[in-house]
Design a protein around this ligand. Structure first.
Ligand SMILES: Nc1nc2c(ncn2[C@@H]2O[C@H](COP(=O)(O)OP(=O)(O)OP(=O)(O)O)[C@@H](O)[C@H]2O)c(=O)[nH]1
Ligand SMILES: [Mg+2]
Length: 391
C-alpha cells in the first residue's frame, strides 16, 4: 500500500506545480493526456518510486472464510463444479420462479402441440425479457425440432426448448484469456450503478486465485467515493491501487490515472490491470466522448491496449441492456460483457435477448454476477445457465 500512497502524493504535487506555471486547468488536463510528451517523463519517475517500494515477496492474501471456500472450490473436483452450479442456480432463483414455473405450467399437463401452445410460449418468452428477435429464433428452432424428432406431446417441448436455448446461448460462452499480454489491460465501463467497481474487486480476487498479479486503476475520478471504495478494497486485499489526488478541488483525469497505472504495472511486472471508469448514460454525449479519449490514451501507454473492453450490465435493466451494448460498442468496441445482479431479478432472459440481437456473433459474456459476495461473480457457462433457468 506504500506504493499507492506514494503515487497519490506524486499526483497531488502535479496540479500545484502546474498551477504555479500559470496554465489554465483545462489545458493542464489535456496536457496530462499524453498529447504532451512530458507525461512520459513524469510517469517514468513515478515508476522508479513504485519499484523501490515494492516488497520483495508478494504478501499472501488474507482470506475470509467464504474466500477460503473459493480456493477449495477452485481445486478441480466434481464437488467444486456442483457447488458452482448450485450457486448459479441459487442466484437465478427469481428467474426460475417466474420463467421456469410458467413453462412447467404450460408443458406439465401434456396435451398436443398446436398454434395456441406456441402462442402461449411466445408470451412467456417475451415477458421473461427474452426479446422479440430471440423469441422468434427460438420458436423457429423449436418448430424444426418438433418436425425432425416427430414430437407430438407438449410435455416433450420442455426438453426441446432447453436444447434450443442452450444452442442459442452457446456462442456467448467465451472465457477471458489474459495471458496474451503483460500487463493485460482491462477497461471496465458501463452506465451508473451497474456494479462496475464491485465487479472489479471480485475480478481481482478471481485472477489472484489463479495465481495472477493484479493492479487496480481508480479511473472513476468523477465520484470522490469511488476512489475511496477501490482504495479501501485494495488495502484490505493487498492489491495495489493507483488513484488520483484525494483533494476534491483538484480534478483528477481518468485517462492520466489509467495511463500511470499501466506504466506502474509494466515496471512491476504485474499480469493484469483492471481500470475502473465513472458510470455514464449513453445519452450523455460528452461523457461518451470522454470515455473514447480514455481508450485512446490507454493505447498510448501500451500499443495494443486495452486488451479487453468489458461492459458491465445490470440484469434488472432487461431489454435496455441491449441498447447499452449497442451504444458502448459503437463508442469503444466492446469485447466482453459482465452481467450483474441476476440474483435480484426475474429478467435472466435478457441473456437470450443479447444473443438474438447480435446473432450470429454476440459479444462474449465473460462473467455473471449472482450475489454481493466476493465469489459471486462467475464465468458464464451456457449449459449451467440454462439448467438454472428451468425447474
Ligand atoms: N445483489 C447483487 N448486487 C450487486 C451485484 N453486483 C453489484 N452489486 C451491488 O450494486 C451496487 C452498485 O455497485 P457499484 O460497483 O458501486 O456500481 P458502479 O457501476 O461502480 O457504480 P458507479 O460507479 O456509481 O457508476 C452495490 O451495492 C453492489 O454491491 C450482484 O451481482 N448482485
Ligand atoms: Mg463505480
Amino acid at each position: 500500500m506504500f506504493n499507492f500512497f506514494k503515487s497519490k502524493k506524486k499526483q497531488s504535487e502535479e496540479p500545484e506545480q502546474a498551477k504555479q506555471s500559470g496554465q489554465p486547468e483545462e489545458l493542464l488536463t489535456e496536457n496530462k493526456n499524453v498529447e504532451d510528451t512530458t507525461l512520459d517523463v513524469e510517469t517514468t519517475a513515478e515508476i522508479e518510486v513504485i519499484s523501490e517500494l515494492q516488497p520483495e515477496a508478494e504478501p499472501e492474501p488474507v482470506l475470509s472464510e467464504s474466500e477460503s471456500a473459493v480456493v477449495e472450490e477452485g481445486s478441480e473436483t466434481q464437488g467444486a463444479s456442483q457447488s458452482f452450479a448450485s450457486k448459479i442456480r441459487h442466484g437465478l432463483s427469481r428467474t426460475r420462479q417466474n420463467f421456469g414455473r410458467q413453462l412447467s405450467g404450460l408443458f406439465g399437463g401434456g396435451g398436443k402441440i398446436d398454434e395456441a401452445l406456441y402462442e402461449e410460449l411466445e408470451t412467456i418468452l417475451l415477458t421473461a425479457d427474452v426479446g422479440v428477435s430471440a423469441t422468434t429464433q427460438l420458436l423457429e428452432d423449436l418448430r424444426v425440432q418438433v418436425k425432425r424428432k416427430g414430437l407430438t406431446d407438449a410435455a416433450e417441448l420442455k426438453a426441446a426448448l432447453k436444447e434450443s436455448l442452450a444452442n442459442m446461448l452457446a456462442p456467448l460462452e467465451k472465457s477471458l484469456v489474459t495471458t496474451s499480454n503483460k500487463p493485460f489491460v482491462v477497461m471496465i465501463t458501463g452506465v451508473n450503478g451497474v456494479g462496475k467497481t464491485t465487479s472489479i474487486g471480485k475480478l481481482a480476487k478471481f485472477f489472484q486465485m489463479q495465481g495472477q498479479s493484479v493492479l487496480l486503476a481508480a479511473g472513476d475520478t468523477f465520484r470522490a467515493a469511488a476512489r475511496e471504495q477501490l482504495m479501501a478494497w485494495g488495502e484490505r486485499n493487498d492489491i495495489a491501487v493507483i488513484a488520483p489526488d484525494s483533494d476534491p478541488d483538484k480534478k483528477g483525469d481518468p485517462a492520466a490515472v489509467i495511463f500511470d497505472a499501466i506504466n506502474a504495472a509494466k515496471a512491476r511486472g504485474i499480469d493484469i490491470v483492471l481500470a475502473d471508469t465513472a458510470g455514464r448514460l449513453t445519452t450523455q454525449l460528452h461523457l461518451m466522448e470522454e470515455i473514447k479519449k480514455v481508450k485512446r490514451v490507454i493505447a498510448k501507454a501500451m500499443p495494443d491496449a486495452p486488451h479487453e473492453v468489458l461492459l458491465v450490465l445490470d440484469a434488472n435493466t432487461g431489454q435496455n441492456a441491449v441498447t447499452q451494448v449497442q451504444a458502448f460498442d459503437e463508442a469503444l468496441g466492446v469485447t466482453g460483457l459482465v452481467l450483474t445482479k441476476l440474483d435480484g431479478t426475474a429478467k435472466g432472459g435478457v441473456v437470450a435477448a443479447i444473443c438474438g440481437q447480435f446473432s450470429p456473433n454476440p459479444p462474449a459474456l465473460r462473467f455473471i454476477g449472482v450475489g454481493e459476495g466476493v465469489d459471486d461473480l462467475r464465468p458464464f457457462k451456457a449449459g449451467e445457465f440454462v439448467d438454472a433457468m428451468f425447474d
